[in-house]
Design a protein around this ligand. Structure first.
Ligand code: GSH
Length: 209
């Protein structure tokens, strides 16, 4: 039987970076393909060969044999389960806390960032609303206040060890900095600490075009 290698399609520091970082932490063999967001050319997110595996024409996409995954957090968790390198907690209660934290990142913390991105360069120009920038700034601040409660006295997002939740959080803080949101110094320091991990540094090199 022909053996297949995991293939990850991604683009620079975007949400696909979460998947790339997880693969490096897991030490799995994989191939990485850079995708140009918004391009209809070969290896572009709108090229038919790419939209055939990712209906929305977004990154990331992970292909492992017959399995195709197109959500960054689902990919991080899939990789965590495959590798069994304790990238997610094992106990039922801690796993529930891990899930809660991941959903908070996806549904609260990252949403103002994504709204700013959509209204800056993703949506067709006629659908962009500049006045919402003040709103997303306010929303982000509110989510940071909720994060403060979660992270109080902690070095890691969940439990007392590194997990996929730290990948999501550190990448999101990094994204917020790139998009010029106001970030408390302690989260920049947390991001730096996470990004200094050798696996993350290898992912940074791979993600650079
Ligand atoms: N919920 C998805 C969102 C994926 C997503 O929106 N990716 C962005 C880059 S961070 C993208 O490819 N955008 C291109 C577009 O919207 O056309 C995930 O977390 O993987």
């Amino acid at each position: 039987m022909e053996s297949t290698m995991i293939k990850l399609y991604g683009s620079g520091p975007s949400r696909s970076f979460r998947a790339l970082w997880a693969l490096e932490e897991a030490g799995l063999d994989y191939e990485y393909q850079h995708i140009k967001i918004g391009s209809s050319e070969e290896n572009g997110s709108r090229h038919p060969s790419y939209t055939a595996i990712n209906r929305q024409g977004k990154v990331p996409t992970l292909v492992d044999g017959e399995l195709i995954l197109t959500e960054s957090a689902a990919i991080v968790n899939y990789v965590a389960r495959l590798a069994d390198k304790q990238l997610m907690p094992r106990s039922v209660a801690e796993k529930a806390e891990y899930d809660e934290f991941c959903y908070f990142i996806l549904t609260d913390l990252e949403q103002p960032l994504w709204s700013k991105g959509k209204h800056t360069f993703i949506l067709p120009e006629e659908h962009r609303i500049e006045q919402m920038f003040a709103t997303v700034k306010w929303e982000f601040k509110r989510s940071i206040a909720a994060l403060d409660k979660q992270m109080e006295g902690r070095d890691y997002a969940v439990g007392n060890r590194f997990s996929g939740a730290d990948i999501l959080l550190a990448q999101t803080i990094n994204w917020a900095e790139r998009f010029e949101f106001e970030i408390p110094q302690k989260y920049l320091e947390y991001r730096d600490r996470m990004y200094q991990r050798p696996a993350c540094q290898r992912a940074v090199v791979k993600a650079s075009p």
